[in-house]
Design a protein around this ligand. Structure first.
Ligand SMILES: [Zn+2]
Length: 389
């Protein structure tokens, strides 16, 4: 479909598009492919080459959308990223239907309104604007838009896409549209999740010396790890942390447990070598403990003094009226998957919605922020390509 452009229907209003996205349930990845096909329609009409990256062979609905405006172009492109899946509604009653897409008092309510269907709608609309403008002025630059599935629970879609770096083309900088109240964020911590296991020999609990207690071995290891300190703090991201988060062992009261499992969640700062951390955890835990790396995502950090970073703050604040400031996120995002393959790519996290409302009951996104996000992304895209012909 590259290069050919179908008749373009009236472009969707960005808030109506966000409402439509909220009305598709994408809780934990359901309907992912259906809603991504819905987005691919107007993108293809505007000239984007769209493909779907299936990331779970057991579930054909689970996919990411890869849209490229000019894949053959080799001038560094701007990469735009978001995700379409949401967390469940939770147990508390909602005042607004979580799938209603209702706008009231200037707020779009619903699961995913903030995290991050408002941001996805703004990205898609800004990408459509750029495609149509490129057609009018004969510009032949690539613009790379990835909408991932499976972000909640472990960035599955973006991790799969990152295994095929060619899907990103030649990015020169990237924006991930997670909610940031429209403040450009320079990065976030990395995550390293480990599962530690000990094994022993079961025996009747009345004769503990006949067995080998895997729980006791694990408790000794856990005590040694209680004060494990991953790294020196980062000046903006703060402390690297390590937390023991779950312990499972034993089947009943009167048997010596023959296995135990402990999970360790570490949040790391830029520059932390995760392989070294795993080695240090292994040394601290001791020789009886086996370690499995369950999730490994590097910290994301982009020098806030880079000319592009400064420009992003200027252009954004010109629209929002905020004072430019260097800030970072305290959650992690798909940007970590991108960072894993493009270690030096300037990345910025910037999207509509208050991150504190992500995953909350009666989640909402101010519609003015969705409209402003579209204008900000459009300004950043235009600015990026202005220098590149
Ligand atoms: Zn999110």
């Amino acid at each position: 479909m590259v290069g050919s452009v179908r008749n373009v229907k009236k472009l969707p209003d960005v808030v109506e598009l966000a409402q439509d996205l909220v009305r598709f349930s994408t809780v934990l990845g359901e309907n992912e492919r259906t809603v991504l096909e819905y987005l691919a329609g107007p993108l293809e009409d505007a000239g984007f080459a769209c493909s779907f990256d299936a990331y779970d062979e057991h579930s054909p609905q689970r996919a990411s959308l890869i849209a490229r405006l000019r894949p053959e172009d080799d001038v560094p492109s701007l990469y735009l990223g978001g995700h379409i899946d949401t967390v469940p509604f939770g147990n508390a009653a909602w005042r607004y239907d979580p799938l209603g897409g209702v706008v009231e008092d200037g707020r779009l309510y619903g699961r995913g309104a903030c995290d991050m269907k408002g941001g996805v709608a703004a990205l898609v609309r800004a990408a459509l604007d750029f495609a149509l403008e490129s057609r009018e002025n004969g510009r032949k630059r690539d613009l790379v838009l990835h909408i991932y599935g499976g972000e909640e629970g472990g960035c599955f879609g973006s991790r799969r896409a990152a295994q095929r770096p060619e899907l990103f083309g030649k990015p020169g900088a990237g924006i991930v549209a997670e909610p940031s109240s429209l403040m450009p964020l320079s990065g976030h911590k990395g995550a390293l999740w480990l599962t530690l296991r000990t094994t022993g020999r079961t025996a009747h609990a009345s004769m503990p010396d006949k067995g080998d207690n895997a729980l006791l071995s694990m408790l000794r290891a856990a005590a040694r790890l209680a004060n494990f300190h991953p790294d020196a703090p980062h000046n903006l991201l703060g402390d690297a942390t390590a937390a023991l988060t779950s312990l499972h062992s034993g089947l009943n009261s009167n048997s010596i447990p023959d296995k135990a499992e402990l999970t360790l969640d570490m949040r790391t700062v830029p520059g932390a070598a995760h392989a070294d951390l795993v080695r240090r955890v292994a040394e601290t835990a001791g020789p009886d403990v086996r370690i499995e790396v369950v999730y490994d995502a590097p910290a994301v950090w982009t020098d806030p003094d880079l000319p592009w970073s400064v420009r992003v703050r200027e252009l954004t604040c010109a629209i929002t009226g905020d004072a430019p400031a260097v800030r970072c996120a305290n959650f992690f995002t798909d940007a970590a998957s991108v960072r894993a393959v493009f270690p030096d790519l300037p990345l910025c996290i910037l999207g509509p919605g208050d991150p504190a409302l992500a995953h909350a009951t009666d989640e909402f996104c101010p519609v003015e922020q969705i409209r402003a996000a579209r204008r900000i992304y459009a300004a950043l895209i235009t600015d990026w390509y202005a220098e590149r012909g």
